[in-house]
Design a protein around this ligand. Structure first.
Ligand SMILES: [Zn+2]
Length: 193
């Protein structure tokens, strides 16, 4: 489809697109100009990492499936049903996963500090609000993991955090109310006896 819409800038000749250097979900788009025989290749996703040779999409896919609480099998299912290329192999998945663990550990310190703050800010209720496992933490991990954080990811994180805080607040309110009712009925009972 795209081939029909493209032509060579120099000779206006036809263009042939193909995939090459497939590594998990990442690959290169090979562009071949049939008339002038020129050839060029473009990465399908950004290259990252210390050697700048890891496809961003592979790390991103591991982070995503881990955030959903699944592993390699889950990722295979997702890619199969989404009709994409198969994901990275199990051993590559394990490597990325352990890198991800390192990145998570680095940001854990910060998250813990935030969690303590959040706990202290929680109302005087008997039940303490859920600890900070918010989606913004995932963005920190992404940053640590060398992944580009786009506008859509930020919007998503903000939106899910709002929802989370809303639910946490409601849960806290409900539990403090429950505690209040219980205290009142306890006092009433004490008066009766
Ligand atoms: Zn040409």
């Amino acid at each position: 489809m795209l081939e029909r819409a493209l032509c060579c800038v120099t000779c206006k000749g036809k263009v042939k697109l193909s995939e090459q250097s497939i590594r998990g979900l990442g690959f290169q788009i090979n562009v071949k100009f049939s008339d002038c025989q020129r050839e060029l290749s473009v990465d399908s996703s950004q290259k990252i990492g210390t050697m700048s040779n890891a496809y961003d999409i592979n790390r991103r896919s591991v982070l995503m499936i881990r955030a959903l609480g699944h592993g390699h099998t889950g990722l295979e299912t997702l890619c199969g049903l989404m009709d994409t290329l198969p994901p990275v192999t199990q051993s590559h998945f394990d490597t990325i996963n352990s890198q991800l663990c390192q990145a998570s550990k680095s940001v854990a310190d910060f998250s813990m500090r935030e969690a303590v703050k959040e706990e202290l800010n929680a109302t005087e209720g008997e039940e303490v609000a859920t600890l900070n496992d918010g989606k913004r933490g995932l963005l920190d991990i992404m940053k640590e993991f060398d992944l580009y954080i786009g506008e859509n990811a930020v919007n998503w994180a903000n939106k899910s955090n709002e929802t989370r805080y809303f639910h946490a607040e409601r849960a806290t309110q409900a539990s403090t109310k429950e505690a209040r009712v219980e205290r009142r009925s306890r006092r009433r009972n004490q008066k009766l006896h």
